[in-house]
Design a protein around this ligand. Structure first.
Ligand SMILES: [Zn+2]
Length: 232
């Protein structure tokens, strides 16, 4: 998970002492790849201390810091004192969130929930519209919250719970090494499993037997003359 630290300055901030919920937002209006800096200037223009969200997830999966995580945000009216706000850039009434945004959001949720001791479920991770009457985070992202929470649980169990970090989304290739040449249909199957499943590695293990992931290299079998690159 790559978090880009922005150097935004705020007028006045208040510390937050309780964190038991995370609220998901979108940009709305236009399907643009808004940066934390852009949103910061919009929100300052409204007379706020600065960007109201704690994190911004760009379309390529880069996570940018917004308001300091330990301060009260300005993103969910009446609920800011106990919540963290995550904004995914785009208008998800019209467009779809990118796969990179979905993975980055799931990882960030896993990491935050571990840090604050929040159970990863749909009661604690909500869309803005579940707290008040608004279209935010857009129907296409709202429909994917279940999937994102499922993935967050998977990232938590596999990585964050053990103090580990998953490989970066932007650079997530697995080298598959096999002691036998895989057929095209095997590769296609593996690719499709990695793309669609919330538990990709377990599924591949189940189907192909012994599989070990080591530093981004997935070993199928013992020794290898054949290496394949798979994006997941
Ligand atoms: Zn919102």
């Amino acid at each position: 998970m790559k978090i880009l630290k922005t150097e935004l300055s705020f007028t006045s901030l208040t510390k937050r002492y309780e964190t038991d919920m995370i609220v998901i937002h979108h940009t709305g209006c236009n399907d643009i790849d808004a940066s934390a800096e852009q949103i910061h200037s919009w929100h300052r223009g409204q007379g706020w201390a600065g960007i109201g969200y704690h994190y911004v997830i760009r379309k390529n999966g880069t996570i940018e810091t917004g308001r300091p995580e330990d301060c009260v945000g300005s993103h969910a009216y009446g609920e800011n004192s106990h919540t963290i706000g995550i904004h995914l850039s785009g208008d998800f009434e019209q467009a779809q969130p990118t796969n990179e945004q979905i993975e980055a959001c799931a990882e960030l949720l896993a990491d935050l929930c571990k840090g604050y001791g929040i159970e990863i479920n749909r009661k604690n991770i909500v869309g803005h519209g579940e707290l008040m009457a608004t279209d935010c985070p857009g129907k296409n992202l709202y429909e994917k919250l279940e999937l994102i929470v499922g993935k967050a649980n998977w990232y938590y169990e596999r990585y964050y719970q053990h103090g580990l970090q998953p490989p970066d989304v932007s650079d997530r290739y697995i080298d598959i090494q096999s002691d036998f040449p895989l057929h095209d249909y095997d590769l296609k199957k593996i690719e499709s499993i990695f793309k669609t499943s919330a538990h990709p590695l377990d599924d591949v293990k189940e189907i192909y037997g012994s599989v070990v992931l080591e530093k981004n290299v997935l070993h199928i079998g013992n020794f290898s003359n054949h290496t394949y690159h798979i994006k997941y």
